[in-house]
Design a protein around this ligand. Structure first.
Ligand code: BTN
Length: 249
């Protein structure tokens, strides 16, 4: 592993309920090195956003949780971690010459509009500090058939090739460390990189906001991580994950 700390300690599991849960258990019971990675071949209860289940065939995809100690970030800057992680996954995909990558707010990575990776970040806050962050990442690598109605994609579906999960993990740890160290020195992830990659930025699309269907454009994400939608009359709406659904146009 060509990194300083992320992935220097890797806990490899065949089967687990969820790598995020396993990482949380470790943090409760042991001293864990910053940058430790928990990796599993299969999850019985892989967790997604909004209480969803994360589906993955055994041994086909990357299922990891990275434990970080971002004590330098104030809790109200937690969304910087989402940005940093999203950009690190985009860097990895770019290094594999994948095209048409976008970040669907707040934490889906898409290729040509289809989901290839999901991120579930669980932070532990204490005394005004983020003492631990469990960065859960599911990246579809070699799986070619999915049951999900959202037709996800994988690296294999896009390129026709099989990939070594170890090589992908090593590459991801490197891009994550580079982005994390930048975040640590600047206290923010680069807004330009994030906005440039943001799915549907500046395009008029339909959204369901608090039950009401509206036509709007995404104009950005505020420092609290709320999505900023601008209606055609110029009015801005700030939404959290529970308040907005992206509708198919
Ligand atoms: C989402 O898109 O809804 C987030 C999915 C996150 C899935 C990953 S797989 C590894 C880690 N362990 C979990 O239980 N979830 C995350």
């Amino acid at each position: 592993m060509k990194t300083l700390f992320i992935g220097q300690n890797i806990i490899r599991l065949k089967r687990v309920d969820s790598t995020n849960n396993y990482a949380a258990g470790l943090l409760r019971h042991t001293v864990i090195y910053d940058g430790t990675v928990v990796s599993a071949e299969f999850q019985e209860m892989g967790k997604g956003q909004r209480g969803n289940h994360w589906e993955s065939e055994p041994g086909k995809n990357l299922l990891i949780s990275i434990i970080l100690e971002p004590k330098f970030l104030k809790p109200d800057c937690q969304f910087q971690l989402n940005k940093m992680v999203s950009l690190a996954i985009c860097d990895l995909l770019e290094s594999l010459e994948i095209k048409n990558i976008s970040i669907k707010w707040p934490n889906d990575i898409l290729v040509s509009g289809k989901k290839i990776a999901g991120i579930l970040i669980e932070n532990t806050l204490r005394s005004g500090e983020i003492i631990h962050s469990i960065i859960g990442i599911g990246l579809n690598v070699n799986q070619t058939k999915f049951n999900s109605p959202n037709t996800p994609v994988s690296l294999k579906i896009i390129t026709g090739k099989n990939f070594s999960l170890d090589a992908i993990l090593e590459n991801l740890c490197s891009s994550m460390e580079a982005r994390y160290l930048k975040l640590k020195s600047n206290n923010s992830a680069p807004d330009n990189d994030y906005l440039q990659t943001l799915y549907q930025l500046g395009k008029v699309k339909n959204y369901l906001v608090k039950g009401e269907k509206i036509s709007a454009t995404i104009s950005g994400v505020n420092p609290d991580g709320l999505l900023i939608l601008q209606k055609e009359n110029g009015e801005e709406i700030f939404c959290d994950l529970k308040e907005v659904v992206f509708l198919q146009n």
